[in-house]
Write a protein of this length. Structure first.
Length: 193
């Protein structure tokens, strides 16, 4: 798919998300946060849900968590220009609680459509909610920091940057990602279209 088609497709999804009332999270949001990044990216990052600053700005991973994510990306030799970032749910859950199963189910098709447009070679799941929604992983403890190959695509699971107790492990996960990307440079190569 060409860049213009990808941009148009992602914009269409963002517009649909903006007026979505598919679950009760629509009642308490300020803004929807559909996603942001390079439509040609070969790497997609999927987090859990927008936080307070994301809800205010309409953009994923801003504020402290966003700055920390930038540092983590740098460890792996990446910048925001290399990735497309989104979340499992596109509206902020109250008090930053985890999204409920019904909310994730109601929002799942938007994520599916975004993946279909971006066609990422590598999906990085940040946190247990994302790993569970995308890969069915129930516990991160044995799965984080590993490259997983499934259905012709690579996945990498890491702790969420907002998980302060796991900061050392999160940085180590991204160091491991850096090694994996060095072994498989094609994962970060964007198709020129
Ligand atoms: S979280 Fe998803 S399904 Fe729920 S209202 Fe927001 S966009 Fe719609």
């Amino acid at each position: 798919m060409k860049q213009a088609e990808r941009t148009a497709g992602l914009t269409k999804i963002a517009r649909t998300v903006a007026s979505c009332t598919g679950c009760t999270l629509s009642n308490c949001r300020t803004s929807t946060v559909a996603g942001d990044g390079n439509p040609l990216a070969s790497i997609m990052i999927i987090g859990e849900a927008p936080g307070r600053q994301e809800d205010e700005s309409g953009l994923p991973f801003v504020g402290m968590a966003g700055k920390y994510l930038d540092k983590l990306l740098a460890i792996a030799g990446l910048t925001r220009a290399d990735v497309f970032i989104t979340n499992v749910v596109k509206c902020r859950p109250p008090d930053n609680r985890k999204p409920e199963r019904e909310e994730m189910a109601a929002c799942a098709d938007f994520l599916k459509q975004q993946i279909a447009i971006i066609q990422p070679k590598l999906i990085i799941c940040l946190g247990g909610t994302s790993a569970n929604a995308v890969l069915g992983i129930k516990q991160l403890v044995n799965e984080h920091g590993k490259l997983i190959q499934r259905d012709g695509r690579y996945y990498f699971v890491a702790y969420h940057p907002a998980a302060r107790f796991h900061r050392k492990m999160i940085a180590e996960d991204f160091e491991k990602l850096s090694l994996e990307l060095a072994k498989l440079p094609e994962l970060r190569r964007m198709d020129i279209v």
